[in-house]
Design a protein around this ligand. Structure first.
Ligand code: NAP
Ligand code: MG
Length: 404
């Protein structure tokens, strides 16, 4: 069977531990036998980052900017224990943070829905994607503990030296705490643009919320900028049949749990931190959560939302059987390949990615799955497969589909 030609380069970022093991199998069994594809490979395993003083991560991010699409395996973010474990020169920063810093943009997380894996929330039938504004607010705060008798004020000094001040609180009767937070117009605008780009790409409605009734200036700016950006894209949004819905954060939370899904929920930084964990656990397994970094300039990086699954890797190293879910990693590959095909205008490449995703869904819906899903499924007598048997089962279905 002739391989399908992928016109332009896809950037591949390899990673660590159990996901690295899975990553290679996916590539060898589910991708390379079917696609004639130019992969620009960057090895982001922690030892390689250490060896190159993290230059490899920077190079990989720049390669994604150059080629527009990348796929990434999960990587270790070293902590003190990891520095010891691998004798690292230093506690290197999170690769995802470094890459996001270079590419810019927003991370969107989306669950994979299966008809035999029920969601914890009855009404959820379609994915709820979450976009978190990952800049500023409480995550870049400055704070003081305030002693009794102190007075806290907010002071802003303009470029020409004028001071504007407001009393925050007079701590005359007892001490307390005070904090300063900020955000920038540009960052919120980039976030709004990335959310609109994602909604257009995925053809889903866009929901956004703040608490602008309480924070009229600060959170009000978020609301206004979103509105402006939505108006700029009105023609495209109307044409795609996409609605923009704005309401208060507490109202949106109440609505989300009663909604069927199929939306992008754009969240301010703290809301996204909290709500993405709620939505992820409501949809089932971490192994079913995908993640994509979308820059407002149209650059895409796909990955699984979970980590390197260290606990399973330790077993694997001991020669024990593991049953690690590879679905989110497979969907990282299919997501990147699909986007490559869309940008290159090669429908046969998009179709291959769809077939691969279908093969995964049919495998699980047919009752064959990894251990994490066995406890969740409505299928009676599901067949629990180990890490490698699951990939083999997907390969078998993919072969049957493509006629290889
Ligand atoms: P994790 O790798 O996501 O795993 C946590 C637990 O979740 C696992 O022990 C497992 O539970 C379950 N799990 C996650 N993914 C699974 C899958 N595909 N199939 C089956 N079960 C799955 O998080 P972690 O153990 O906290 O972190 C491990 C390493 O990953 C750390 O070094 C961290 O820095 C890194 N990390 C990287 C990324 C990234 O690159 N995007 C994200 C997060 C963490 P059971 O053990 O109960 O089966
Ligand atoms: Mg969180």
């Amino acid at each position: 069977m002739a391989k399908i030609k992928v016109k332009n380069t896809l950037v591949e970022l390899d990673g660590d531990e159990m996901t690295r093991v899975i990553w290679e199998r996916i590539k060898d069994q589910l991708i390379l036998p079917y696609l004639d594809i130019d992969l620009e490979y960057y090895d982001l395993q922690v030892l390689e980052r250490d060896k190159t003083d993290d230059q490899i991560t920077v190079d990989a991010a720049n390669a994604i900017i150059k080629h527009q699409v990348g796929v990434k395996c999960a990587t270790i973010t070293p902590n003190v224990d990891r520095v010891k474990e691998f004798s690292l020169k230093q506690q290197w920063k999170s690769p995802n943070g470094t890459i996001r810093g270079i590419i810019g943009g927003t991370v969107f997380r989306k669950p994979i829905i299966l008809n035999n894996i029920p969601t914890a929330v009855k009404s959820w039938k379609k994915p709820i994607a979450i976009g978190r504004h990952a800049y500023g607010d409480v995550y870049r705060n400055v704070e003081f503990q305030v002693p009794t008798g102190a007075k806290a004020e907010l002071v802003m000094t303009t470029a020409d030296g004028k001071e504007d001040r407001q009393l925050i609180h007079n701590f005359a009767k007892g001490g307390g705490v005070v904090q300063g937070i900020h955000n920038t117009e540009q960052s919120v605008r980039d976030f709004a643009q990335a959310c609109i780009a994602y909604a257009l790409d995925q053809k889903v409605d866009l929901w956004f919320s703040t608490k602008d009734t309480i924070s009229k200036t600060y959170q009000g700016m978020f609301r206004d900028i979103f509105q402006e950006e939505v108006e700029k894209q009105k023609v495209a949004l109307d044409k795609a049949g996409i609605d923009y819905f704005y309401t208060l954060i507490d109202d949106i939370v109440a609505r989300v749990v009663k909604h069927e899904g199929g939306i992008l929920w754009a969240c301010m930084n703290y809301d996204g931190d909290v709500m993405s964990d709620m939505v992820a656990s409501g949809f089932g397994s971490l192994g079913l959560m995908t993640s994509v970094l979308v820059s407002p300039k149209g650059i895409f990086e796909y990955e699984a939302a979970h980590g390197t699954v260290t606990r399973h890797y330790r077993k694997y190293q001991q020669g024990e059987d593991t049953s690690t879910n590879s679905v989110a990693s497979i969907f990282a590959w299919s997501g990147g390949i699909k986007k490559r095909g869309e940008l290159d205008k090669t429908p046969e490449v998009v179709q291959f990615a769809d077939s691969l995703e279908q093969a995964v869904l049919e495998t699980i819906e047919g009752g064959e799955m990894t251990g994490d899903l066995v406890g969740l499924t409505t299928t009676s007598n599901p067949k629990k497969l180990n890490t490698f048997e699951f990939i083999d089962a997907v390969e078998k279905r993919l072969k049957a589909k493509i006629g290889g």
